[in-house]
Write a protein that binds this ligand. Structure first.
Ligand SMILES: Cc1cc2nc3c(=O)[nH]c(=O)nc-3n(C[C@H](O)[C@H](O)[C@H](O)COP(=O)(O)O)c2cc1C
Length: 152
């Protein structure tokens, strides 16, 4: 259900916010955050269902989630991850580079950036800009189709 629109994004651009985020990430990731013009914190709203009467008016979809925290969490995580992946694709389509990262303290980032929105939790973060070819990794190996797929 992409219309769940569970992603909540903070675009970290100021020096102060970059520094705050960088200190909550693994040291190697902190340096990337400090150097990038923008780092997006892709969060997920566990109470995304409050918007469903507006965003998915075709059914009483709010009632599918507001009494089932486990289903709401799985849906918020799945949909915000997909939205984050679309963000990466959109950046690349525009010729930008993105640096997705999960190496940070989620609870600390939630406290630092989402304190005013307790239902929002961080999923992953991603730098955005133009990567320096001298410092970015070579393209990682891509396993062949047979390795991780099967046709049933
Ligand atoms: C969800 C996710 C989390 C990642 N976490 C980190 C991280 O914490 N630190 C890091 O240096 N790279 C991390 N990476 C990998 C880099 O972003 C990597 O450079 C990028 O995935 C390379 O692109 P490729 O896999 O298309 O070759 C992560 C990638 C993804 C998709």
């Amino acid at each position: 259900m992409p219309t769940a629109c569970s992603a909540r994004i903070i675009w970290v651009t100021s020096a102060a916010a970059k520094e705050k985020l960088a200190t909550l990430a693994l040291p190697a990731n902190g340096d990337k955050i400090r150097k990038a013009p923008v780092t997006a914190i892709i969060g997920m709203d566990l109470e995304f269902y409050e918007n469903l009467p507006e965003l998915f008016p075709h059914a009483d979809a709010k009632s599918w989630f507001n009494t089932n925290a486990e289903l709401a969490h799985a849906t918020a995580f799945r949909n915000s991850s997909l939205q984050g992946a679309y963000f990466i694709l959109a950046a690349r389509a525009l010729g930008l580079d993105s640096g997705p990262m999960s190496g940070f303290d989620n609870a600390a980032v939630d406290a630092a950036f989402f304190a005013d929105q307790p239902s929002v939790k961080s999923n992953f973060i991603s730098t955005l800009g133009y990567g320096d070819p001298a410092t970015i990794f070579e393209r990682s190996p891509r396993p062949g189709f047979e390795r991780f797929n099967r046709i049933a």
